[in-house]
Design a protein. Structure first.
Length: 222
């Protein structure tokens, strides 16, 4: 499963690098949609730049060039369904939800980078694996909401070749990550560092399941 995880990440990095480097903030995407603006239409950038903002969206007019571009996420994400390593359930979800699929791959990359920073020596079913799943589930819950995030997380685990104990480990750690994200959002303390701190705390308190323990757990996120 670790190899499949890394294969998906490498494909995502290859095809999404331009979009990942210059993607508008999710709050600005919501602001853009609520303003009834349409990407790719004439005069979009001018209308976008003069649209009312508030304290939470004051920076969004600076991203009008990105927000007004014709949406290419569907065609980019759609390419993923043709690559090996995805479960049939993942392919179906990516095909039917291309925008969400792009978000899934980007957040998976963020989780992998974070796990690599905090656990340079990574393996299968160890602390780094548990931490990665925790983070990915938390990030997806923030970006997509719990219901949609769960769809993608469960689709990822729907591999008939995956041992049942590994599936249970991943699902438990996914659930913990989702719960942590929801609590941080509710407390208005959401950011990646706080999510990482919570994940490390749960590793130390053995609330995350680890089948092959042995890695040193950092006291603070790196």
């Amino acid at each position: 499963m670790a190899k499949r995880f890394l294969l998906i990440l490498s494909v995502a990095t290859l095809f999404c690098r331009p979009s990942f480097a210059r993607m508008p903030d999710s709050d600005c995407v919501d602001w853009f949609k609520s303003s009834k603006l349409k990407a790719g239409t004439k005069g979009c950038e001018l209308k976008c730049a003069t649209t009312m903002t508030d304290m939470g969206t004051f920076m969004c007019p600076d991203q009008c060039d990105l927000l007004c571009k014709a949406d290419e996420s569907a065609s980019i994400a759609g390419k993923f369904i043709y690559y090996p390593g995805l479960t049939p359930a993942e392919k179906k979800l990516a095909e039917n939800n291309p925008k969400d699929a792009l978000t899934v791959f980007i957040q998976k990359t963020r989780a992998e980078w974070s796990a690599g920073r905090n656990f340079p020596d990574q393996g299968l079913n160890d602390e780094s694996d548990a931490f990665r799943h925790f983070l990915w589930a938390g990030l997806l819950t923030k970006e997509l909401g719990r219901a949609k995030a769960t769809e993608f997380l469960e689709a990822h685990e729907a591999d008939p070749d995956q041992p049942e104990n590994e599936r249970r480990m991943d699902q438990q750690n996914n659930n913990r990550g989702q719960a942590a994200a929801e609590k941080l959002i509710e407390e208005k303390r959401w950011d990646l560092k706080n999510l990482e701190s919570k994940g490390l705390d749960e590793l130390r308190s053995k609330q995350l399941q680890v089948l092959k323990p042995g890695l040193a757990i950092p006291q603070e996120p790196k």
